[in-house]
Design a binder for this molecule. Structure first.
Ligand code: SF4
Length: 65
């Protein structure tokens, strides 16, 4: 397992046994919303190919390493 994948497994709230729940945050008109991203939901975690949620939310938080 790569380091990024291990970080996702330990820290990403969307991690579900290697699959992604696909719940992401978006900001619209100055308000924060949650939505299910169909490109991510119920699919294999794509952290190694690039995941905006991982880079912009997970990696900005306090990490369990
Ligand atoms: S694809 Fe991104 S949001 Fe989904 S589990 Fe992997 S790191 Fe988390």
């Amino acid at each position: 397992m790569t380091k990024k994948r291990t970080l996702a497994r330990k820290n990403c709230a969307n991690w579900n046994v290697g699959k992604c729940l696909g719940c992401v945050f978006i900001r619209e008109n100055g308000e924060l919303h949650m939505k299910i991203d169909r490109k991510l939901a119920n699919k294999d975690c794509v952290v190694e190919d690039g995941c905006d949620y991982f880079e912009n939310v997970v990696m900005k938080g306090k990490l369990c390493i």
